[in-house]
Design a protein around this ligand. Structure first.
Ligand code: SAH
Ligand code: SF4
Ligand code: F3S
Length: 494
């Protein structure tokens, strides 16, 4: 949008239109928001963290559980009166809920101006302009998975990975890089294959180029993103078939890139070449997020997870054998359709024997449009889901608490990310040390006293005590190195 157009629509005189973006959901959404904001900024917008000061308010949404959608609908409800008072304010719903609910959004919130699915994000600026000039809501969504030929459906989910902008990331040292879009696994409970479309791997040359650019901007740690990131495959023009392990090897050659993480892995695709790459490439995190979802074969079958508990155990054994110090984390769904007390106990047993670093535990949320919604009754009462959630979490926490004690006394290199969550003040007003946080190469959070000058550096810390989620440490002063000199620039969000 040209800023001149915007100045007519905003209240008052010629000023840069202000943009407010609220993002929920997974890392893919965080990355999508970064890219949409960068695109709009290049067209004259200025970011604000005050929705009431904004000319354009965008919600980047998630549909994975009912709760995530309810929150967005109630947030939209709160903007109804604002829109009445200031009709020139544009309100947009982007992301997975836009793709899933489409017209339903305009029925429930008719004051919304644009509805844009994750496969159409490149059109956000054009649609905002059109909604303003034509004064009618605009919608851009991709085709349903059964709404055309495979190629037509794939084409309707357009890649949106434009030029990256340093100022739009919450950290100048860390960045997400998308290596795959969509998902073809079709777990029966999950909306993602519908909202994000068919699985498509990106060309390794593009990924490498984007990473180089990020490194030039001062990034020293990247996280490769994909719904099933270890299913990555791409055949290049020369006939070479690329796997994730090949990509990790190639990216490792980028000077000044120090750390590479990848999430999320699918158990069945955890191949030996990937585990060997994790073992042999020093820049690659020794951390795998491989959701199990359940420890009961009958549940896994109903979920259509494509593996058995024995196969998951076998994968864990291979991980432990190939990369003994690798941290593994998991996701679980409790209270899935037909989950008996006995089935649930099997998830507890799986957590006990797998000794995950941590587990993300979710109560099953039936999603209209999914196979599970169609085939099975949501027959576990809410109180039972809640109790199972707490019980599984308690077992996992006890394990993490015990396992973390092994790190007390050890030294680790961490990338100092910034003040820890407990710090609330203005960092520039503090001259002495504050509570800092950083992660180890096994993705463990370390908290320690440190000067803010350490932010963005790779510092050595010694663990002095540990809880289930945090390693409490002190800085060992003799080894502090920088990502790159340019990594010293703090993000400027104007
Ligand atoms: N692609 C990733 C994760 C996708 S969604 C993977 O396959 O592992 C993140 C997590 O949300 C899932 O791992 C699952 O545990 C949870 N989830 C997905 N759909 C859900 C639903 N309908 N109800 C509750 N949890 C769900
Ligand atoms: Fe959803 Fe399963 Fe795909 Fe993960 S692998 S995004 S849980 S369908
Ligand atoms: Fe949610 Fe979509 Fe991510 S449904 S979890 S934002 S892929």
């Amino acid at each position: 949008m040209r800023s001149q157009d915007m100045s007519e629509t905003s209240e008052g005189t010629n000023h840069r239109p202000k943009l407010f973006v609220d993002t929920v959901g997974c890392q893919m959404n965080v990355l999508d928001s970064e890219l949409v904001i960068a695109r709009l900024r290049s067209q004259g917008y200025e970011l604000t963290d005050d929705p009431l000061a904004a000319d354009t308010i965008l919600f980047n949404t998630c549909s994975v559980r009912q709760h995530a959608e309810d929150k967005i609908y109630s947030a939209l409800g709160r903007f109804k009166s604002l829109k009445k008072k200031r009709p020139n304010v544009a309100i947009g719903v982007l992301g997975c809920m836009a793709q899933k609910d489409q017209d339903e959004i305009l029925k429930r919130a008719p004051f919304v101006d644009i509805v844009v699915g994750p496969g159409q994000l490149a059109r956000v600026p054009e649609l905002l302009e059109k909604a303003r000039s034509e004064k009618t809501p605009q919608m851009a969504v991709s085709k349903a998975r059964t709404g055309g030929t495979k190629l037509e459906v794939v084409d309707s989910f357009e890649e949106f990975d434009p030029i990256r902008e340093q100022a739009m990331r919450s950290s100048p040292y860390q960045a997400f890089v998308r290596i795959m879009m969509g998902c073809d696994k079709f777990c029966t409970y999950c909306v993602v294959p519908a909202t994000r479309g068919p699985e498509q791997s990106r060309d390794p040359a593009e990924i490498v180029e984007e990473t180089r650019l990020l490194v030039d901007q001062g990034v020293s740690e990247i996280t490769l993103l994909g719904q099933t990131v270890n299913s990555y495959k791409f055949r290049t023009g020369d006939g070479r078939q690329w796997r994730l392990s090949d990509l990790l090897t190639e990216l490792s050659d980028i000077p000044d890139l120090r750390r590479i993480k990848f999430i999320t892995s699918f158990p069945k695709d955890m191949t030996d070449d990937l585990l060997q790459a994790v073992r042999d490439l020093p820049k690659v995190f020794r951390y795998l997020h491989v959701p199990a979802q359940s420890g009961c074969d009958e549940m896994l079958r109903r979920m259509k997870r494509l593996y058995t508990v024995a196969q998951y155990d076998e994968m864990m054994a291979r991980i432990r054998e190939t990369v003994p110090d690798c941290a593994v984390s998991s996701d679980f769904i409790v209270g899935f359709c037909g989950e008996s007390e006995e089935s649930f106990e099997k998830s507890i047993e799986l957590v006990r024997r797998s000794r995950f670093k941590n587990s993300f535990i979710f109560k099953y949320s039936p999603r209209p449009g999914t196979k599970a919604f169609e085939l099975y009754a949501d027959d576990v009462p809410e109180e039972v889901k809640k109790r199972r959630n707490n019980d599984l979490l308690a077992v996992q926490s006890a394990i993490s608490q015990v396992d973390n004690q092994a790190f007390v006394g050890q030294e680790f290199e961490v990338l100092v990310e910034g003040p820890s969550k407990s710090f609330t003040g203005d960092l520039s007003a503090v001259s002495g040390p504050v509570q800092m946080a950083g992660r180890t190469m096994t993705d463990r959070i370390c908290v320690f006293e440190g000067n803010s000058r350490l932010i963005g550096t790779y510092s050595k810390v010694r663990v002095v005590s540990a809880s289930a989620v945090t390693l409490f440490a002190e800085v060992v002063t003799d080894r502090v190195t920088h990502g790159r000199p340019s990594a010293w620039t703090l993000p400027v969000i104007s």
